[in-house]
Design a binder for this molecule. Sequence first.
Ligand code: MTE
Ligand code: MOS
Length: 782
Amino acid sequence: MDGNQKEMNSDPDKVVGKGKKRVDASAKVTGRAKFAGDVGFSDMCWVSVVRSKYPHAEISNIDVSEASKSPGVLAVLTADDVPGDNVVPVIEDDQPALVNCKARYRGEPLALVIARKREVAHRGVDKVNVDYVELPAVFDLMEALRTESVRVPRKEVGERGNVFDEMIIRKGNVERGFSKSSVVVQSKYRTGRQEHAYLESQCVTAVPEGRGGMAIYGSMQCPYYVQSAVSRVLGLSLNKVRVIQQVTGGGFGGKEDIPSHIGALAGLAAYRVRKPVRLVYDRREDISFTSKRHPSLVRYKSGASSDGQLLAIEAEVYLDAGAYQTLSPAVLWRSLVHTAGPYRIPNVSVTARTIATNTVPNGAFRGFGSPQVIFAHESQMDKLAQKLRMDPLDIRKINGLREGDRTSTGQELDSSIGLLETVERAERISDWQAQKARIAKWNSNHRRVKKGMGVSTVMYGVGMGAKAPFLEKAGAYVKLELDGSLTVAVGNTEMGQGSETVLTQIAAAGMGIDVDMVNIVPVDTSRVPDSGPTVASRTTTMAGNAILDAIETIKERVCKFGAELLSASSVEIREGKVHSSDGRTDPAPLVSVAEAMWTKNENLGAEGWAKGPSVDWNPSCGQGKAYFVYSYATHICKVEIDLWTGSTSVDDYVAVHDSGTIVNPTTAEGQVEGGIAQGIGYALTEKLSEENGRFSDPDLTDYRIPTTRDVPHCIKIDFVQKPYSGGPFGAKGLGEVPLMASHAAVINAVKKAIGCDINRYPASPETIFCSLFQKRQDVLDK
Ligand code: MTE
Ligand code: MOS
C-alpha cells in the first residue's frame, strides 16, 4: 500500500480505503513526539510509592517520621492525607488509592514519598517504617475456591467466599443436546498471566492549576476515567480536573484503569505540595504492580452430531481477578458472551466466575477475557473434527454463524456477517488442502522436525456491549477554520493503533477535503464531553460517527450559505470546493465560503455526538442482544517444531478479517501483524512465574515477548469487508481481533505437528517436550 503519495483528492472513495500515511508517523520516528516522560514542568517534583511487603497483611502502623525528615523530601503521605474518597473508581469501587488498614496484594500502595529529586523520593521509600501483621494468603484461583481458604475480598460478597462474580448463559437444554450427540469431547484449559509490554511504561504528571484545579498529563487510554478518579480522591468537582493525554506508547488495555490509580496518586501528591509532581514506573515496577491478562481455567464439553453439527456445549470459566475487582466484572462478561465462539449451537450452558486471590489485580488486555475462552473453543472444534475424521475447516464451515442465525445469547444476526467468507478466503490463500498434503508427506519422511497447520475462527462483539451500554458514547468538536482547514477534537485516544489517522480520513472524507487539511488535536477532557473509554475496538466506529455528526452540522450551514453565494438551489462539497449540484456555476473554494460565513458571524464550529445502538441483556439466563455488531476473523498458520529441543517457529501465516469497511488498509495491516505477534507470544513463550504473590522475573529479559526473529516471515492479510450500516462508511472494529484469532491458530498447529494434546499456555519448549514425553509414556504404559 503506498502511503507516501500526497493525495490531492477528497472524494470519500479516494480517502476511505486508502493506505494514507500515519499522521503521527514523522513525529514518532524523528523523536519529536512528546511522550508522558518528555514534557518538563518548572519546579517539578517526583513521587515514589511505598508498597506492601506482604501479599496479605494488617497494617498496624505507618511511621513516616524518618522519611519526612530526610533532606530533599517534601512530604510523605498516607491514606490519612486523602482529602476526598480513598478509592480508585472503576466498576465496584473496591480498591483504595492508598491502603488504610489491610493490604491485599504484595506491592499494594501504602504511602507516597515526594521529593524534588527522583532518587531522593526513591530512597525515602525505604525510610518509611511499616508495622505489618502478616495474614495467610492465597495465590491460585483453584486454591481460592476451597471453602477453608482465606477470604480476600474487601466488599462483602456474602456466601460466595472468594467468588467475586458469577454470570451465566442458559440456552436450550444441554442434557438433551449431549444425549443426541454422536461425539462428545471434554477438556480443561489453563492459561497464565500475560504482560502488556507496551513500549512506554506508566507515567503521569499532576500539575496544580489556578483556582484550585488540577491538570493531569499522562500516558493513558481513558482520560475521563482518570478525571473521575482524581476528582473522587481529591474531593474536587469534575470541572476542576482536566486530563490531557500525552502521546502514548502503547496501552493494549494496560492503560485502561491503571492510569486512574497512578493519576490519583500523582494528583494527591501535587495537591499536597502545590507543585507539579510526576509518577513514573520503571519497567520492573510496571511489570510487578500493574494489571495483567487474567489467568484462567476453562472446563469445556462439546457435543456434535455424526455430520459435525454442534448440538451442545457446557462450559465453566474461571478468571483469577487478583485482590480487587477493578475491570474484572466487564472482562468476565466478555468471556461469558464469547465462550461459545462464532458457532450456531442450540443448547448452551456457560457459568463464568471471577475469583479473588492475593495477587495484583488483573485487568484489560487486548481481547478482554475472550482469548482464554477462544483457546478452549478452538481446541474443542479441532478435537471434535478429529473424532469425526473431518477437516478442521469443514467443521467450522458447517457451524459458522450466518445471517439469520442466533448466537449463544439468543441474538439474531441480521447483517454484516462475513465469518464464512473469512474461512473460505483463508482456505484459498493458504492453499490449505495442498499444504496439508505437503506437510503430511514431510512428516512421514522426517523424524526430528515436524510440521503442522492450524486454524482458528473467532467473532468479536464490538464496543462495550450490554454490560455497560451507558459508556457507549463518543463526542467530537469540529471547527472549520478560515483557511478551509478543519480542527477536530475527540475524546478517544491514539495509543499506537492508528486511530488519529483513521479519524483524519473519516473527517476528510466526510467534509469533502484533503486529509492534509485535517488536524486532530490532543485529547483534553475539557474540550469534548465524556466520550467513554478508548477500549473494545470501538474508536473507529464511535468517534468516527461523532466526527461525522459534527461535520453534518457544519456542512448544512456551509451548503445553505454556499447555495446563496452561488445562487444555486442546492450545492455539495467536494475536493475542497462548493459545487452547485446542477453544475451550472463555477464552484467556489471552501475557503471563500468560510470567509464569507465569518464576515456574516456564522458559527463555523459544531459539536458531534454518537450513541451506540441499543442492546439488551437478561442476566438471569444470559440471553439478549449482547453487542450491536460483531467482527469476524479466520487465521491459518504453519508451525515447525524441532522435537529435540521443543522449539517452535511459525510461518506461512494467513489472516482474513471482516471488520466492515477498512478505512486505512495500511494501519489495519499493522494491527493484524501486531496482534499476530502478541498471540504467538501468548501461545508459545510468554510466562510470568508467580511465587507467593511475587513475579519472579519482572523484566523483558526473562518475560519473553516475540522478537522480529519469532514472527512469521510470510504473513498474508486480507479483508472481507462486509459494511456495517451503523458505522462510519461501513466500518466495524478491528483493534483486538487479530490477537484473539492468532494464538489459537498457533496452538492448534502445534498440536497437529506433535500429534498430542496441549491444554495449557504457553506451549513453551519445556511444555512441548513434556507432552511428547507423556505421550511416549502413555504408549509404553498401554
Ligand atoms: N495497537 C497498538 N499499536 N497499541 C495499542 O495499545 N491496543 C489494542 C488495539 N490495538 C493497542 C493496539 C486494544 S486493547 C484496543 S481495545 C484497541 O486497539 C483500541 O483501539 P481502537 O478502538 O481504535 O481499535
Ligand atoms: Mo482494549 S483490552 O479493550 O483496551
